[in-house]
Design a protein around this ligand. Structure first.
Ligand SMILES: [Cu+2]
Length: 343
């Protein structure tokens, strides 16, 4: 090894060990239950999350019973479309951010920005139109039957409540609810959209595939692999255009994504309900809003370029939309994600 190469190697080692220590500081390790844990992961709060507009309460390296499930999971795109003008500028829409923490009520704060509440957190969902509480950050409820992570964010007058709920049987539920502080715009009919990016790595990052199957999880029949990058919509009225599941082709383990009837069906602005993409490091978000008509809508269709996703490193994007009028409900949206195979 020549001296210059050795110097380069030393430099790289310093850089990698430094970035490793930064990661350890910003991604907070969590396992549950405390005794004989089945779930482990690390989490990043919204204010430190990735992407041009943040991406909410971001999870990394989610494992069930020591097997990898998700490499990363977050919400890179969040937007709203008004039915009529008066709010949202010339195109009646906003691209929102998922990076601004907003206070809510959670007891048993164990460190700055982290609570382990002994009673359910109280968010703006519990009192739409008004704010309350003094805790900003992530509340982690380590229950007997579930692990629930909760955060509340603000974008202007909107209040966004995000949860991740994990169960002992290996299933989990991403959840999102839309509400607001009282303002003139909330009296105008509008539709919120949230997009989860679920970077599944079942067992490992290679050899995964998405199958499209029956409408009911109880129907074992007829799962068909999606061989190239694809998007689709749930059928309307809601009946699932066939469930999607992610499967490791070697081990046969995987997860079914069970769509929630509350998640609606994407309209023209919402674009699509589900995408499967081949992993690329430069496709973790859509780059943020663009100018002009539709600029606040999601634009990840540009990543659909016919790449193979059968036996690949796959990424699923999942859309949920919710229409609001005043007085507005605070209906949680998001799928339930259920394991299959032997874990
Ligand atoms: Cu709303």
């Amino acid at each position: 090894m020549r001296g210059s190469h050795f110097a380069l190697l030393v430099l790289l080692l310093i850089v990698f060990s430094f970035s490793g220590s930064v990661m350890a500081q910003t991604c907070n390790p969590l396992s549950w239950p405390d005794v004989n844990p089945v779930w482990s992961m690390c989490w990043v709060p919204p204010d430190l999350s990735s992407g041009p507009d943040g991406s909410g309460l971001e999870l990394h390296d989610v494992q069930y019973k020591g097997q990898e499930v998700l490499h990363k999971a977050n919400i890179p795109v969040l937007n709203v479309l008004y039915d009529q003008g008066g709010c949202g500028g010339p195109y009646f829409s906003y691209r929102d951010w998922a990076s601004e923490l907003w206070p809510f009520q959670a007891n048993n704060v164990i460190s700055p920005g982290v609570a382990e509440p002994t009673t359910a957190p109280v968010t703006t969902c519990n009192h739409p139109g008004t704010d309350g509480g003094s805790f900003s950050g992530v509340a982690i409820q380590k229950g007997k039957d579930s692990l629930t992570l909760t955060t509340q964010m603000a974008a202007g007058w909107y209040r966004y409540i995000q949860k991740w709920i994990f169960y002992p049987d290996g299933s989990f539920s991403p959840r999102f609810a839309f509400t607001a502080f009282n303002s003139a715009c909330i009296y105008h009919l509008h539709t919120h959209n949230v997009y989860w990016r679920l970077d599944f790595d079942i067992d490992t990052f290679t050899d995964d595939v998405v199958d499209r199957g029956p409408h009911l999880i109880t129907d074992p029949c007829c799962w068909t692999p999606l061989t190239t990058e694809t998007s689709d919509k749930r059928s309307s009225p809601f009946s699932n255009t066939g469930l999607w599941r992610v499967r490791n082709k070697s081990t046969g383990r995987g997860y079914v994504i069970v769509d929630n009837p509350a998640d609606g069906v994407a309209d023209t602005f919402g674009d699509r309900d589900r995408w499967v993409l081949n992993y690329h490091a430069n496709e973790e978000d859509d780059g943020g809003a663009t100018s002009g008509p539709g600029g606040d809508a999601i634009h990840i269709d540009k990543f659909l370029n016919g790449e193979n996703v059968d036996g690949a490193d796959v990424v699923v994007w999942y859309h949920a939309g919710h229409k609001h009028s005043f007085p507005f409900s605070c209906v949680p949206v998001g799928p339930k994600i259920v394991p299959f195979g032997s874990w």
